[in-house]
Design a protein around this ligand. Structure first.
Ligand SMILES: [Zn+2]
Length: 136
């Protein structure tokens, strides 16, 4: 199957990894809608977020990323997006929000931020480190 997220899971495509457990993988979105924007996916291919059998665990893992993102990125709030159209593999988009972040009162999918590779690595390292101290 030609699925971008499955390729990331298999390590066939690089990613700025921030979270991994037995069932889920979290990494920074390479087309970030804001600094610290990450994506959490099940390691097994499911089409939609609501197809993931351990749905509660999935959101618990998302919360760990939220806590670590709050601590390191210090946004005003954090949004979840679960539209699911961009890549046909279940994914929760975790999007930190800031003042004047060009998204108005929703999320503008075109408001992609230009963030250098170095900065992306720095953000990924910080969130990954912070997640280690989040209690499960
Ligand atoms: Zn997939």
């Amino acid at each position: 199957m030609d699925c971008v997220f499955c390729k990331i899971i298999k390590g066939e495509l690089p990613s700025y990894k921030i979270y991994e457990d037995e069932n889920f993988l979290g990494f920074l979105d390479i087309r970030p809608l804001n600094p610290g924007n990450s994506i959490l996916i099940p390691k097994k291919h499911y089409r939609w977020v609501y197809d993931v059998p351990n749905f509660g665990e999935y959101w618990e893992a998302a919360k760990k990323i939220v806590i670590a993102t709050e601590k390191t990125i210090k946004p005003n709030s954090i949004n979840f997006l679960t539209l699911g159209y961009e890549v046909p593999h279940a994914h929760i988009r975790i999007i930190p929000r800031f003042d004047n972040d060009n998204h108005t009162d929703g999320i503008r999918l075109s408001a992609i931020k230009n963030i250098s590779k170095e900065r992306m690595e720095e953000i990924a390292n910080k969130i990954r480190e912070a997640i280690k101290s989040v209690k499960s």
